[in-house]
Design a binder for this molecule. Structure first.
Ligand SMILES: C[S@@+](CC[C@H](N)C(=O)[O-])C[C@H]1O[C@@H](n2cnc3c(N)ncnc32)[C@H](O)[C@@H]1O
Length: 214
């Protein structure tokens, strides 16, 4: 569902810096040639991620769920000079496409793409994270959150996507409570009750839960 009236959304996009030509092309190519293009962050959410990154100037970013690489390119915009973004996806079919866009962006030294199960790859990465974006298999949000929280630097941010679950977190927007919605509700409650973080649920696109490690 659209949370914002389409005209208001268009107005917000019209008053937001445009996508770079490369991001615009990646967005278009994803919609033309890749399955489930709705998974791509898109203009408004992409600029939100880029703005977060510019504000934080992170040295180490972890992204869980690369898809076609759109959000990785956005998040990389604020990396420090010596910064690195690790991004993980289990789907190797999109690897060539993602690598070609990373190369075109001139970010081969800054973005490391890992193909594999996120839970396996995360354990191999010995980093202290400044910024984490969780956007993969939603049932594992809690697992990924627990895996990364101890490795966040104090003051670091975990962003988790799709926490409004097309509105189904609210009774009036769901015919009945299904398992996936229950998992989203559990995750949102878990973060909200976690004394180790401060949290903010941003109603952008499908909802981003922002958790700042104290
Ligand atoms: C919503 S898409 C990511 C969208 C991307 N972050 C963006 O904003 O453009 C989710 C991705 O997570 C990947 N994924 C699903 N389960 C995974 C797992 N267990 N480990 C790693 N990646 C996984 C899928 O292959 C898919 O490409």
């Amino acid at each position: 569902m659209d949370f914002l009236d389409p005209d208001l959304n268009a107005y917000a996009e019209a008053h937001t810096s445009p996508e770079t030509p490369l991001l615009h092309r990646l967005n278009r190519e994803t919609h033309l040639n890749v399955m489930k293009p709705r998974m791509l962050s898109g203009h408004l959410q992409g600029r939100t991620l880029a703005m977060f990154s510019q504000m934080l100037r992170p040295r180490r970013i972890l992204e869980i769920g690369t898809y076609t690489g759109y959000s990785a390119l956005c998040l990389a915009e604020g990396l420090t000079e010596d910064g690195v973004l690790h991004t993980i996806d289990v789907n190797d079919e999109l690897e060539d496409m993602v690598r070609s866009y990373i190369a075109e962006a001139g970010l081969e030294q800054k973005i490391q793409l890992h193909i594999g199960q996120a839970a396996d790859v995360i354990t191999t990465l010995d980093e202290q994270w400044d910024l984490v974006f969780i956007d993969a298999d939603k049932k594992s949000n809690g697992l990924y959150y627990d895996m990364v929280l101890d490795k966040m630097r104090p003051g670091g941010f975990i962003l988790t996507d799709n926490v409004l679950w097309s509105g189904k977190v609210i009774e009036k927007f769901r015919p009945k409570l299904d398992k996936n919605t229950e998992l989203v509700l559990d995750f949102n409650r878990k973060v909200h009750e976690d004394p180790r973080v401060e949290n903010l649920l941003l109603p952008i696109r499908d909802g981003i839960l922002v958790a700042r490690k104290k």
